[in-house]
Design a protein around this ligand. Structure first.
Ligand code: LLP
Length: 428
């Protein structure tokens, strides 16, 4: 007899009341908060973070959660309380981190397009490091820091030119990508940075891609980074930290990603006798499988070629299937004894690309609740208001308690910053 694999969200289970997360039935969450709603498990979030900390042991290290994966204040506050740092890519993300109780001195600022305003904001807050991605950015940061009478801590994001073997849209460490500076260029750029009056060289950074399932490319990138660190030391440029980015993949369907410990082991080995602090920027592996999207079927529609389950969540809530053809497991919250069919799970948005899943064999009826798994990373944070759809609520389950950490948006709030043209009725 074949045994169904356990859910990738380990605190999710099936009981008499259907699916339960920690001690709460998803049916009750839907009744209390409505649908669609993002539901996260506190225990799963904590376990994901602790897996990094456990694997890093006593080594000087900092786990900087990638805010882009899940930027909800409730989630960020939990990581902040666990002692996390944060990887940000905008002034907005910095504001979120600070509002959630995160510490600026544990923040690294990545991204290819930092504005002057964002640089000032981050310098004033006192972040740990700017991960600089180009020569032009180095010049701008030096100038902005000078205007503030400050010294900007920097790392160069080096593009190690290794193939991460992942989806081309989320691969970032190849020469053809817009990210980072080329390894050859980096050495000269470090020397330039070291001579700039308002910069303090602190570290080196790299990030080669996301949803990585094979630790080998990261190890190769780490070896290249280490060679550069040694070359820099030989000319008197010593670094405090080495930031190896994020990227560890998760199981969406049948992938078998390495455990955090297995992923980190070769890296820890490469840097085992080194005094530098090792930084990591995980996103997906912290939150991806700690959350799901709960949605209700509005209608079943049986077409000539396909059956559709039209649900109340859509591509504006979870963009990954439409954007990347990504797979999210679809699990009926209560398993009813009705004839199964093959369904596309689609939303109400006026686009053919508005699907959440395609060709799934499921036993469904209108009104049923569905859980879309592995939606805790790049789910809500990539959502939009397309079709003037208020974004979903977000809750964190904590044992048998449920905390609302983002109320459902109201329609009025979606156009609160707009106004009718005052002379719309004027004759032309
Ligand atoms: N650090 C940097 C500089 C990054 O660019 C990223 C992700 C991370 C860390 C976090 O990577 P993670 O551990 O989550 O793989 N929207 C796509 C993923 C885009 C990732 C962009 N950068 C998706 O839904 O699959």
């Amino acid at each position: 007899m074949s045994v169904a694999p356990a859910f990738p969200l380990t605190t999710l289970a099936r009981g008499a009341a259907g699916l339960t997360l920690e001690g709460v039935a998803l049916v009750d969450i839907a009744a209390r908060f409505g649908t669609p709603v993002y539901v996260y498990s506190r225990a799963a979030l904590v376990a994901a973070f602790e897996a990094y900390r456990g694997a890093l042991g006593a080594r000087p290290a900092l786990v900087c959660c990638a805010v882009k994966a899940n930027s909800n204040l409730g989630v960020l506050s939990l990581f902040a309380a666990l002692g996390a740092g944060f990887d940000i890519v905008s002034g907005g993300e910095l504001a979120r981190v600070l509002a959630a109780g995160g510490r600026a001195e544990r923040v690294v600022f990545s991204g290819v397009g930092k504005s002057r305003v964002e640089m000032k904001q981050a310098l004033t807050a006192g972040i740990r490091c700017f991960n600089v991605e180009s020569a032009a950015e180095l010049d701008r940061l030096n100038a902005v820091a000078g205007e503030l009478g400050a010294s900007a801590p920097i790392a160069l994001r080096v593009n190690p030119d290794v193939d991460p073997k992942t989806h081309p849209y989320i691969s970032t460490g190849l020469k053809s990508n817009k990210f980072g500076v080329a390894g050859d260029e980096a050495f000269a750029l470090y020397q330039r940075a070291a001579a700039m009056p308002h910069l303090a060289v602190r570290g080196i950074a790299c990030h080669i891609g996301s949803q990585l399932l094979d630790p080998a490319p990261v190890s190769e990138a780490a070896a290249r980074i280490l060679a550069l660190v040694d070359r820099l030391a030989a000319v008197g440029i010593r670094l405090d930290h080495i930031d190896l980015g994020g990227g560890l993949g998760i199981r969406y369907r049948d992938e078998t990603p390495p455990t955090v410990a297995a992923y980190l082991a070769p890296l820890l080995d490469t840097f085992k006798d080194r005094p530098e602090t090792l930084c990591f920027e995980p996103g997906r592996s912290l939150t991806g499988n700690a959350g799901l999207l709960l949605t209700r079927i509005e209608y079943l529609k049986h077409g000539e070629e396909k059956n559709f389950a039209i649900v109340d969540a859509a591509m504006n809530d979870l963009a990954r299937p439409a954007l990347y053809d990504a797979w999210h497991e679809v699990v009926p919250v209560v398993a009813y004894d009705v004839p199964p069919g093959r369904y596309d799970i689609v939303g109400p948005i006026c686009e053919s690309g508005d699907f959440l899943a395609q060709g799934r064999d499921l036993a469904l009826e209108a009104g049923d609740l569905l859980a879309l798994l592995s939606a805790g990373a790049y789910g809500m944070s990539m959502s939009s208001n397309y079709n003037t759809r208020p974004r979903a609520a977000e809750v964190i389950v904590d044992g048998d308690t449920v905390h609302l950490v983002r109320a459902r948006e109201t329609v009025e709030s979606l156009y609160a910053l707009e106004c009718p043209l005052p002379n719309a009725h004027a004759p032309v």
